[in-house]
Structure formats: structure tokens, C-alpha cells
Design a protein around this ligand. Sequence first.
Ligand SMILES: *Cc1c(COP(=O)(O)O)cnc(C)c1O
Length: 440
Amino acid sequence: MTSQRLGMSPAISAALSTKTPLLWLNPERGHSDAGSILTPGFDSAERRLQRAVKLMHALFPEADFYDGRVESPLISVPDLQRSLDMPDAAGKLFIKADHLLPVVGSVKARGGFHEVLAHAEQLAIEAGLLVPSADLVALASPEGRALFASRTISVGSTGNLGLSIGTIAAALGFRAVVHMSHEAKAWKKQELRRRGVEVVEHQGDYASAVEAGRRAAEQDGSDYFIDDEDSTLLLDGYATAASYLAVQLAAVGRTPSADKPLFVYLPCGVGGAPGGIALGLSRLFGSTVHFFFAEPVSSPCMLLKMASGGLDDVSVYDYGLDNQTQADGLAVPQASSMVAARIRAVLSGVFTVTDEQLFSGLLRAWEAEALELEPSAAAGFAGPQWITSSDAGLRYMAASSIDLACADATHLLWTTGGSMVPTRDRHEFRERARQMESQL
Ligand SMILES: *Cc1c(COP(=O)(O)O)cnc(C)c1O
């Protein structure tokens, strides 16, 4: 595949193929002809999750709910801001701590829980156990369990999506099957089995695990396959993050506006989580929010998809990249075409990060703020530097008419996973980070 076919500049193309970190700016942001933001499902997802609050407490009585729900804190992180060399004059740094989301400890709780709940609700309505718009707590009844026991919910995953979908599906009484790609961490497989989920291990990558799951479900009419590459129910669930974040931002006096722009840095795998969050926030705050996705230098699948104008078949392998990264949640060779088409008009850009940068971010989050992240969740940490001090970042700021010295700007790192990582793995991550830093 040539860079011409991908329609990108020779400089970007060279940086990609040599795995040099780069910031790519999306020329289609703000173009009305780049597709409208189709969001019919966002409101119904919000209402569904509202109706599920009691059910979640019934299913997971031990969980550490935040404000009574599956939500996460917005944390001010001045020490991390200093550690990342971000001057106060450039704005204020926050973390949206989805690594603390209850029950499964990752952003996948948002999309995964929503799609399983939507499916369970549908089955219960068809079986006459529930009327539309009723509280979902009835799904935890013996009748509900009996209904779900003859049904399967399956998914392909590098780890966290499987953990999210497998956990809630098994808790509701479904047979739950997770097809795991080879990079899935051993502890995630063990944890799933402990929760009563069947784990099918595949030698191939994420795309092939998804394909295997899709095929298995086609053979079995009672198997509902959740397709991470093409699911609007997942996207709708992720998008619901926006309304609660809006409340949190208002509480700290930082509701996005032309004078108070919000920059959001989101780790991106197949694109559903960051895409849904971006669409949800765009709907509330329009062009006053700026979205930068972070991808590993070996797996920049959304960058390739967007820069190639949405070519269906473009993968990181076409570019000579190997999809090998310690960011298991981001080790995805092909981005979702469905998501790419929807975010064309809102995405600001994509930057790439090395594994060394991931580990460095993870260590800083620990040392400055005592936050425990997994490598994928630290992918966004290079974002503020890219935006406030690189040539491409300065071009973006100028084109968006944002003053560089904008102390009212909010920069938000979305930490997507990590609170469930076992202690031993956490020590290993930090040990590795220290070794990498000492070699620089
Ligand atoms: C899945 C995941 C992401 C990215 O979400 P996608 O929907 O795959 O783009 C980011 N961080 C972590 C920790 C994840 O598990």
C-alpha cells in the first residue's frame, strides 16, 4: 500500500513506517459534508442505564459504585501536570478516571454493560417478563435467570471488553463465551474463568479472535455475538459518559465554551470507546471540545483508517507494522469503519506513542498521583505536550483560534483501565518503567 493511496504527506508516512511518534491532524474536522453526527441511540442508552441502577446494585452488591452508579471521578492532577512539563499558563490538567469504573476497572464497562443490558431487556420483553421502559431490576429475578440460562452471549476481545461483557452476562445467568486474542493477559483470562465465563484462546490477533467468535455465533441461533468492530449499542453506551462528565466539569467551573476549550486525550483501539465518548461530548458542547486519540506506534489503525478516507480494508500490516505493543487494549490492526465514518467531522487528530512513553506515563501517574494504570491507559499522556509545543499542535491551535496561553483551557487525560491489575503485574509495570527510564 503506497502513501499516495493513503493520501497522507510523505513526512507522516515516513514517521509511521519508522515508528517515530507523530501528531496527525484531521483535515475533515468541522466539515459539514464529513457526515452528520448520527446519535439516535444516545438518549435511549442513558435512559436504559438509569433503569439499570438498582439492577447493578443487585448483581454486584460488593462493588464500589461511584455516586451510586457505574461512574468514575474527575480528578485534578497538579503534580502530574508538573511532572509532564505542562505549564499552568497552558491550562489545567485533569484525569477522567475510568480505570476506577466499578466491577471491571476499565472503560469497557460503559459500552459492554450497555449492550448486554439492551439484549437482556429485549429478551425479557419478548418473553413477557418485562414491559418496555420498566425498571430493569426485574432481570435479576429467578424467572430472568431461567430465561437467560438457555442463551449465550459471546465476544472477541484483547481482554477488557471480554472482562466487561463476560462479567455482566454471567452475573445475569447467561452462558458467556469470550474469544481472546494472543496478547490477552493471563490474569484477565483467570479472572474471567473465576467469574464463570468460558474463555476460548486463539493464537491469532484481535481481528482473528473477533472473526472466530462471529463465525461460532452464526452456527448457533441462541448465541448473541457482540461485535466490537460494528456495534452501535456499544457506541451508545460509551457516549453516555458525556452527560455525567458535563456535571463534573460544571462543578469545577469548567463547562466547555469558546473561552474555555476542552482538550480530551483518549487511548484508541478499534475506536468504539474513544469514538462514543467523542460523539457524546460533541453533541453537548460542539466544536468547543477537541479530541485527540492516542495509538501505539505499532498499531495506529484509526490514524490509517482516517487518513485513507475510510478505506475498509486498510490495516497496520499493510504499512509494514507488526501490531506488537505492551498496550494490550490497543493492539488492534484494523479500526472500526462504522466508528471512523461517524467521527470524521469531530476528530481533531491522532498521535502515536512508543511503549517507552506508555510506561513512562504509567510511572508518572503512580509517582505524582498514586494512580494505578495499565499501559494502554497511559497512552494519552503525551497529548498535552503535542498540542502545546509541537509544530502540528501550534498549527491546530492557530487554526482553531485558541490562544496558546489559555489558562482557562482544560486538558483531560482519559485513563481507561488498570484498577484490577494484580499487584504482581503492577510491580512489574513499574519496574519495567524504571529500567526504561534509566536506559534513556
Ligand atoms: C479497549 C480499550 C481502549 C480502547 O477502546 P476501543 O473501543 O478499542 O478503541 C483503551 N484503553 C483500554 C484500557 C482498553 O481496554
